[in-house]
Design a protein around this ligand. Sequence first.
Ligand SMILES: CSCCC(=O)C(=O)COP(=O)(O)O
Ligand code: ZN
Length: 324
Amino acid sequence: MTLIKEIGIKMKQISKFSGEEEILAEIPKITTQISRSKLKIKWNQAVEEAECLAAMNKDQRISSFFANDFLASNSQLINKAESSSEEKAPIKQPSMLEKNVVSDHEQQALVNDDSEDNPRHLIPQLCKIFYANGWVTGTGGGISIKYKNQIYIAPSGVQKERIQPDDLFVQNLNGEDIIIPKPDKNLSKSQCTPIFMCSFTERNAGAVIHVHSQEVVKLCLLNPESEVKITGLEMIKGIYNEKKGKFYDNDEELILPIIENSKYEKDLVDTFKTALRKYPSTSAVLVRNHGMYVWGSNWKTAKTQLECYEYLFKIVIFKKIHNV
Ligand SMILES: CSCCC(=O)C(=O)COP(=O)(O)O
Ligand SMILES: [Zn+2]
């Protein structure tokens, strides 16, 4: 029964058996009851908070603190309770464990996940391969993979070929942190994160790779226009046409957008988005004097397309230089 109803019944009973003075005499008791009820709500919240925090490990507590989510949602609930005189059923907190931060058990399961698709192991392996090809040298470039609806992102400004499984950041599709590396590692999330997220949300990508490849830079130097056209090569068949939902035929023309570079990676977002909308077939965007973003529905197609693009670029550059 709600507190208001309870008070109403009490008032009726008092006024039935007593006069107005007796009612006035009861008011302080009723007020005390309301205050107690508010205290009870606050107490329940405090207990739930304590339980949530106790269930987290140190990293998760730090992560939830910086996400500022736990405290924000909690104070909202307390404010609501303060502005209402109606007693509510004990409030169920939107638990950090459910919403944002994985439990110890889930985290352990992720680390123990031996699947070849687990980005914890895959991203360090792929970065070694990309480094060997000259695609992510000098710390430039990076990769992000979606796995079980969570986004794994490589750290920023580090030698990408030396990334460790616990160096990765994990966030949800809203950009809220789920797992961050231990603070003593002093790592930050890739500067490319806004572009990675754009590919996940706008193109439903499963993986996005950013390369600082010399071939891309050379190709853009030879093509001052805002796009590059490629025809007549068998390897075009390795490129997926996102508009048609099928791989290109070797007699089709492949057109890739070129966007201009900016001071910071995040400043590329607007032109990147514009290019995605103007070129609905494309699975890659070239950034002049910088590199390329390439994505696929999963890490395998992102990787094989990157290989096909790099192959095609070499041939196109050769053809242009030798005028053949
Ligand atoms: C020498 S790298 C310059 C910054 C850049 O273009 C880049 O791709 C860096 O990405 P990170 O993931 O290291 O933030
Ligand atoms: Zn870059």
